[in-house]
Design a protein around this ligand. Sequence first.
Ligand SMILES: Cc1ncc(C[n+]2csc(CCOP(=O)(O)OP(=O)(O)O)c2C)c(N)n1
Ligand SMILES: [Mg+2]
Length: 550
Amino acid sequence: MAELTGSEIIARCLQKEGVKDLFYIMGGPMLLAEATCIKEGIRMIDVRHEQAAAFACQAYSRLKQIPSVCMAASGPGVTNLVTGMANALIDCCPVVALGGSSPLSQFGRQVFQEIDQVELMRGCCKYVDRLINLKRIPQQINFALQKAMTGKPGPVYIDCPGDMLYQKIDENLVDWSYAGRPLVDSRPLGDPRQVAALVSALQKAERPLIVSGSGVIWSRAWGEMQQFVEAAGVPFYTTPQGRGVVPDDHEFSYLAMRSSAFRDADLIIVLGTRMNYIIGHASPPRFGPNATIARIDIDSAEIATAARYVDIPIVGDCKEVLGQLLEGIKGKLSVNNFKAWRQKLQVGEQQKRSAAGANRPAEDGDIHPVRMLEAVRDFAKRDAILCVDGQETLNFGRQTMSTFLPGHRLNSGPFGTMGVGLPFGVGAKVACPDKQVIVVHGDGSMGMNAMEMDTAIRHKIPLLIVISLNGGWTGDPKREKPGRDLGYMRYDKMCEALGGYGQYVTKPEDITPALERAQKKVDEGMVALVNVRTDYRARYAGASFSDYST
Ligand SMILES: Cc1ncc(C[n+]2csc(CCOP(=O)(O)OP(=O)(O)O)c2C)c(N)n1
Ligand SMILES: [Mg+2]
């Protein structure tokens, strides 16, 4: 009869839960758990900052629509996870972190790396737990994954005290019945009365539109969404990270008309996204005051506490509710219904795109970031995964670069976190090794997790990184911002020093050839970085999310 330590039970549970890849930094008291995970056949990717482990998990989860797992050592290892977990919370992403902690039996004695990690994580997670009984570890691990994924997804933290990790128990005394118990794939249908109300609102509407979000990704409802858009003839917009659920170049997508479509719509279907600042709370001034608001969301509390009154609330799974709507509109709505509305958006779209100077910023020597982003756009494969980070880089990127597949656009997200880009690239490439992954970074945000180039190089995770090197944080035409200037940092040389391939570009015509040379190296298994010197004055002038500027 074999005895097992808590650490070994954890590793065995993770293996039984189907965890294939795990991001971590080694350290006590987690060493035995980490070593056993390796023995269990889990791909263990050791990163260079715990924050990056949580970010990498986030990208991994978004691309696979499953929970992801990271580990950290006690004390500072866990505190370094905080920003990553907070970002996952605000992004509603199922990241599960296991953190080592000081022995339970010695809490309060000021032992090594003692700090209240459970309390610390509570505000950054959907759920927190602590291992207190070896018999129940399989249940606690399974619950963590269930809680992360069920309903509105979110991060979970499990505190692992050192004495739990090294205590032993006869393996037959452990309750294994929960280990690997399949996640509850809960797919509630919408209330048929509310679904019928939405169908009749669509029949009455003249200018309906869909604003969708990541809920469509978590529910894997993209096929149904496209069918609904096409069957009902309803134009759609997505949140920045929800892009690609229906391809950006779909005939019912009018990206350049976003502001006027929002303002003019008389029926707004908020589909699997929060009514937060990202979509202007679906409220005036960005949306019309008299529009009817319909909302489809898995989380009833989201609907009940919406920033604007929801006229037609449908609590349910996006995929199921879209299926109900597709049934409901049969014989009542067709693709011809909103022709005049679509025509108006189409004409406006064409006018905007052909307007003099549209997307063609003046250049007087320095490369405008848009020029760089257009080169990336034209170079990227249609199924590329784009990870975008930085302020101007992110804003110009949103306008310039398209996405055609669900989950294939990742960015700083609703928490506005700088430093996510490169770790997202690492997580994305581990999740989808056969896809082209392009990380487009501002130079400042690149510096935050730049050592993840080393992670990618050591673990043979071939990435293409493109930097908008505007010499500092954000555009600063008047040179007035404190702490803005960083100088023109040679990240290309840093990449070379770490064992990758680097290119430095100062002329617009050299961007594409440099991207091609770099991608060739990526195809050979290397990490490649193209450092493009861009105009420090270029400042995005579109809709701003807050009253103050960054
Ligand atoms: C972790 C974090 N720290 C600070 C900020 C504040 N901030 C917002 S945008 C920005 C500048 C980003 O600069 P860079 O990455 O160089 O991109 P650029 O705008 O220059 O393209 C900063 C520091 C933030 N959002 N997140
Ligand atoms: Mg910058």
